[in-house]
Write a protein that binds this ligand. Structure first.
Ligand SMILES: [Zn+2]
Length: 381
């Protein structure tokens, strides 16, 4: 199962974007027989695309309409592909020339193929149906709970993709998720990512737990040992373990972000997180801790928190991370020495002492609350 975010537009405060695009990659589970047919189908489509591409390039017929006019009927008669498939191939070639018309475009044997609603559909029991050289074929797919929510927002075409890397089949689906207008938030929940726990909020709640922490450390040490070995077998195992770690991270990140966003919604709070480059800049951690920090995909966690906030109508503040780890939230004293150790904050001026991540989260919330947008909104209602 894979998941990624395509076009989360700049996460500044000013958001009035109506839709957010999310790409969902559904993993297919074709039988051996079906796999054979899928390969043949892709090959046949790409052969046709290469013929069309040659023609388009030689005659400078790049426009979909004119390419269709020139080639559709002739192709229809000679091709084993269905008429709608021919239409999609013409569109695929025309699209590919949109960006670059200086060289002839060649399609790989198993390059991805777009499908539209006339040749692709969802069937009951987690199956898709798509047109192939052997007619319509029903193929089961795997779908996580998170992905399923987005599927009803599917827009337009999907791509049938064979991943050479994983040797697996996918359908890539772009979903247009409607955003909620952010609700009026009365306060801000600050969230600090990373040093001691994966996420800590300004209420002092910690989002990860020891089992996740242990597993995170286990993966890291496992990887380190394998990286040192440099044999073929160790490289293979490293690759495998990276995949496992990645899936584990995605799962944990989904859960943490979900908990954070629902908490904010429940308590009528906005969420404040640090600016994207925050963590690396601010941290002057020892090397071991730096590794620990960068081995977790905080970028993914941040983007999950961001789009879930947008979907749920939770106000999102992205703040400047400067000094959030060395400012005392009680008396305002800013000093490097306030950070006694990596996980402990202890103010040299007033003596206030707490967990460093919690202090960070409080400061992040404070920066957001002091922002003019926040107070302006509250004043005017
Ligand atoms: Zn203080």
């Amino acid at each position: 199962m894979r998941f990624l975010l395509v076009g989360l537009t700049k996460l500044k405060f000013k958001f009035r974007i109506q839709l957010m695009k999310i790409a969902v990659n559904l993993k297919l589970k074709p039988t051996e027989e079906q796999t054979k047919i899928l390969f043949e189908t892709l090959e046949s489509c790409n052969n046709l695309c290469n013929d069309l591409s040659r023609f388009a390039f030689e005659t400078k017929n790049f426009n979909q309409f004119s390419l269709h006019k020139a080639k559709y009927h002739e192709t229809r008669e000679s091709s084993e592909l269905s008429s709608q498939m021919v239409v999609r191939c013409i569109a695929k070639v025309s699209d590919s020339y949109r960006a670059d018309r200086t060289t002839i475009h060649v399609f790989r044997k198993w390059a991805a193929q777009p499908y539209d609603d006339r040749i692709f559909s969802f069937k009951e029991g987690d199956q898709i149906s798509l047109w192939t050289l052997s007619g319509r074929m029903k193929i089961p797919f795997v779908c996580g709970e998170h992905q399923r929510k987005y599927l009803r927002f599917r827009k337009g075409e999907v791509d049938l993709v064979y991943s050479k890397h994983s040797k697996k089949w996918f359908v890539n689906i772009v979903c247009d998720i409607p955003e909620q207008d952010p609700e009026f938030s009365e306060k801000v929940l600050g969230v600090d990512f990373g040093l001691v726990n994966i996420a800590t909020d300004s209420d002092g709640e910690v989002f990860s737990g020891s089992s996740v922490e242990n597993k995170r450390i286990w993966y890291q040490e496992r990887r380190k040992r394998l990286q040192k070995k440099k044999t073929k077998a160790s490289k293979r195992r490293l690759k495998k373990i990276s995949g496992k770690q990645h899936r584990f991270q995605t799962w944990v990140n989904h859960n943490i972000s979900k908990q954070l966003v629902s908490k904010a919604k429940r308590t009528r709070s906005g969420i404040a997180i640090e600016d994207l480059n925050g963590i690396r800049k601010e941290v002057t951690a020892r090397k071991s801790q730096r590794n620990r920090l960068h081995n977790w995909s905080f970028g993914q966690l941040r983007s999950f928190v961001s789009y879930k906030s947008l979907m749920e109508g939770v106000e999102l503040f992205v703040v400047d991370p400067r000094n959030t780890s060395r400012t005392c939230p009680e008396c305002g004293c800013v000093d490097k020495k306030n950070r006694k150790s990596q996980d402990r904050f202890s103010c040299i001026a007033c003596g206030y002492s707490a967990l460093a991540d919690y202090v960070g989260a409080r400061n992040i919330a404070k920066v957001a609350v002091n922002r003019p947008e926040f107070s302006a909104r509250r004043k005017t209602g």
